[in-house]
Design a protein around this ligand. Structure first.
Ligand SMILES: [Zn+2]
Length: 536
């Protein structure tokens, strides 16, 4: 039996790829121990090689028989002026090494047909980035023969395609078949096929039933025609009239960003600030607390570019996390119970608690958690970035009076990388949109999180920290739905600034209207609809 030593990630590699690590199920070490073959290092090959090198794929094999030409420089982003005449694969390897010095790269300045089969055999996935049909046919044959999964793609003008090929008999590193396809759908289609071939004499009742259904469907059709369609038709006429009369609203403009995001979510920092008082109750709070402890200890902020700082921060966070485990363990075992437990029992219980609260922090976790970072990966980023470019390109042409295609409609698209699916999402313009709504001038929406026991003073200070310096002596607060007054500076009955908001009618999860006379407007805004969440 051959024992393969797995390659480990260096500290720097962990640091470089730590954002990817936030993605559920992500396994950087598996990537590090993967080999991808790229057939062709042209426009597609450069882009794909760059993506894979940045993501931290361990080994890339680049094969291209061409040298760089000046006309390549308009799109093959790994090649620069002055590279003309040099082999594409070789130059690409140099540039990829600059992007990720840890990637191992093997290059071949040859035709793909001239390579030894051993090279292909050593790869996990083969990617065709070729410019001719013949090479595609040959590479396809190699993949089928060696049972290697393959991705094939190409572009012609403004069109392109991608095809995935899993040859029969392809297996993963453990020898399990690499599955492709939807078993449920295959089963259903086979059932449909067999039903279609059913012998009519042997299944008389089945066919009689089908006949009955057909008759019922005819009746349904008649009912629809007589009693449903006239109503739908009337509504259709009204809708068409409404659209014709308000054509601009429906067709000439898209929804704006604020139509899609009417109330911006509160900033992560704000939520963090609210949880920092008191003792941490979960893993992220341990990390947040560690930053405060670090600041108090050294009288300066953490420098995330310094490994010593980040390591120290992780150590502090880990001692907070361990203290949390210990507290929870002690809370969960009564003194009586403790007497009947062996040391092993207690250790076992402790281990369970540690599992529930999550693992100790590694240095590369720290900035991700404290900065409230969002998981991100290059592959999806490049798809989205490319879509943005594509739409911007069409818009640019339109500004010159040239139409190369319709602007994306619906104007919003979701790409789901898990399912490989694009979903168009129709987003309508909102009449009351604070950015593009005609009736919403002087109105803004916000959402904030404040501590449960905050005072009105603190409430106003927190809104100020969001960039809107509302003076408590000119702004009133009303419950948005009930219209009840909560705070009214001119009234003697109003709560004072030192009163607690939760004792004077402010409840978590409601909208409150902050209003001032237009002469006291802030940035032209005299009404704020603020979604207030109270943090316990
Ligand atoms: Zn809008």
């Amino acid at each position: 039996m051959v024992i393969i030593m797995l390659k480990e990630l260096s500290l720097e590699e962990k640091e470089i790829t730590k954002r990817q690590k936030l993605i559920e199920g992500w396994d950087q070490k598996a990537l590090k121990n993967s080999t991808v073959f790229l057939a062709g290092v042209g426009a597609l090959g450069c882009e794909i090689a760059k993506d894979l090198a940045l993501c931290g794929v361990g080994k890339l094999i680049l094969c291209d028989m061409d040298t760089i030409e000046t006309s390549n420089l308009s799109r093959q982003m790994l090649f620069f002026k002055g590279d003309e005449g040099r082999p594409k694969a070789e130059v690409a390897a140099e540039r990829l090494k600059l992007m990720n010095p840890f990637v191992e790269i093997e290059v071949y300045f040859k035709k793909i047909q001239e390579l030894s089969m051993e090279i292909y055999r050593g790869c996990d996935v083969i990617i065709a980035c070729l410019d001719n049909v013949k090479a595609r046919i040959d590479l396809n044959k190699i993949c089928i023969d060696l049972k290697k999964p393959m991705v094939e793609g190409g572009t012609v003008g403004q069109e392109g395609h991608v095809q995935v090929i899993i040859p029969e008999g392809s297996v993963d590193k453990l020898g399990n078949p690499i599955e492709f396809g939807n078993k449920k759908a295959v089963v259903q289609s086979l059932i449909d096929e067999k039903l279609w071939e059913l012998d009519e004499d042997l299944n008389a009742d089945y066919f009689a039933a089908q006949e009955e259904i057909m008759k019922l469907e005819e009746q349904i059709e008649i009912i629809r025609e007589k009693r449903i369609n006239p109503v739908v038709g009337k509504i259709r006429m009204d809708v068409e009239k409404e659209i014709n009369e308000n054509y601009e609203q429906y067709f000439n403009f898209t929804a704006c960003y604020r139509c899609a995001v009417p109330v911006p979510p509160p900033s992560g920092k704000m939520a963090a600030a609210c949880t920092l008082k008191g003792i941490p109750r979960n893993r992220p709070q341990c990390a947040l607390k560690s930053e405060v402890i670090f600041y108090n200890k050294y009288d300066r902020e953490v420098d995330y570019s310094k490994m010593e700082d980040v390591k120290e921060l992780a150590d502090i966070a880990n001692s907070e996390l361990k203290a949390l485990w210990k507290r929870v363990l002690e809370e969960n075992i009564s003194d009586e119970e403790k007497k009947s437990m062996t040391t092993e029992d207690i250790i076992e219980r402790g281990k369970n608690i540690a599992t529930v609260f999550g693992p100790l922090f590694s240095p590369e976790d720290m900035e991700n958690i404290i900065g409230n970072k969002i998981p991100a990966v290059q592959t999806v980023s490049s798809i989205i970035a490319s879509l943005e470019s594509q739409e911007a390109l069409k818009m640019l042409f339109l500004t010159h009076g040239i139409k190369v295609g319709e602007i994306m409609n619906p104007s919003y698209i979701n790409y789901n990388g898990v399912y490989g699916q694009f979903d168009q999402v129709p987003i309508s313009r909102r009449k009351n949109c604070v950015a593009c709504g005609k009736e919403s001038e002087g109105i803004e929406n916000l959402s904030i999180i404040i501590p449960q026991n905050a005072t009105f003073q603190q409430l106003f200070e927190l809104i100020s920290s969001q960039g809107y310096k509302l003076k408590p002596n000119v702004w009133s607060i009303t419950h948005s739905l009930t219209k009840d007054f909560i705070y009214l500076p001119s009234s003697p009955k109003s709560p004072g600034l030192l009163d607690r908001v939760n004792e004077k009618g402010i409840e978590s999860g409601n909208f409150y209207k902050f209003a001032a006379a237009p002469s006291n407007a802030i940035d032209g805004i005299h009404i704020f609809n603020i979604l207030i969440e109270l943090n316990d």
